[in-house]
Design a protein around this ligand. Structure first.
Ligand SMILES: [Fe+2]
Length: 276
């Protein structure tokens, strides 16, 4: 990721910045391949079709990791080709399933960008890398935490929203929570020192989960493919359909979100699967 550059979005015609969050596409290089009985390429395409049919204005797409399931260049190329059809700027960050080393080469051509900071109006959005290579859990290296504090200290007038792959707090599923961001509390304590910090948005847990902690919105969003059953002790898939989220950031710092899902039974994985 590039620490020096940032993406500046033109002021929106409306008075709010609207972000589309897409997460955990888990694409394969082979378009025919399934993940636990669900074709991830087809579900991703269905999500993009759904976004288009929403006919909603949005300014930016943020992709919160696990773009690829097999780390193949072909999987990333497929992602870039498909997401370009939205005709919007796209920023991304790596998840535990990704190859963070090859991604910048494959995902930096317009409309995609590998910057880790986006500025628009009264807001700055920070993209963090919580990947620990070779492990499922996440952790922010000290330079990532320094990046956050630098952005907050240098821009006290901007409202700040952080995007990252791993959940910084437990979401109530024992098997998933052991794979959360190890130093998530450090991040939240750092953010809570700044009144204009507005929250953290992540993927990884493949479910809708929203909480408020003082001024911080804590938000997890469903995957575009398989869903994990909320509040499960052990690995368990959910029959709820794939989804995505719109996040509206008002000029006065207010944040609101709208969760969208595909139709019931449109993409159902093998619900008896024991893991992946
Ligand atoms: Fe994932």
């Amino acid at each position: 990721m590039n620490n020096q550059e940032f993406l500046a979005l033109a002021e929106s015609a409306s008075d709010a910045l609207k972000v589309l969050q897409i997460t955990d596409t888990h694409l394969f290089g082979d378009p025919e391949k399934d993940l636990l009985g669900l074709n991830t390429r087809n579900s991703f395409r269905a999500i993009l079709d759904s976004v288009k049919s929403d006919n909603q204005h949005f300014d930016l797409v943020v992709v919160t990791g696990d773009i690829s399931q097999d780390d193949s260049p072909a999987s990333y190329q497929a992602f870039a080709d498909e997401i370009a059809s939205l005709n919007k700027p796209v920023v991304w960050l790596p998840g535990n399933h990704d190859d963070g080393l090859i991604m910048p080469d494959l995902l930096s051509a317009a409309p995609l960008s590998s910057v880790n900071r986006v500025c628009a109006g009264t807001w700055q959005l920070l993209m963090l890398d919580s990947q620990v290579r070779g492990f499922t859990f996440g952790e922010l290296e000290s330079k990532q935490l320094e990046f956050v504090s630098d952005c907050l200290e240098q821009n006290p007038d901007l409202y700040t929203l952080v995007f990252v792959h791993h959940n910084p707090v437990p979401v109530g599923s024992r098997w998933l929570d052991q794979h959360r961001m190890k130093n998530g509390e450090t991040l939240l304590q750092q953010l809570s020192r700044f009144p204009n910090a507005r929250g953290v948005v992540w993927g990884h847990v493949h479910q809708d989960w929203v909480q408020q902690r003082e001024q911080l919105h804590l938000i997890a969003t469903p995957s575009t493919c398989i869903q994990f059953k909320p509040r499960s002790e052990q690995f368990s898939l959910d029959k709820r359909p794939p989804g995505y989220r719109y996040i509206t950031l008002a000029q006065d710092g207010q944040l609101s979100t709208e969760l969208k899902r595909l139709a019931d039974n449109a993409f159902v994985p093998d619900l008896k699967a024991q893991g992946y």
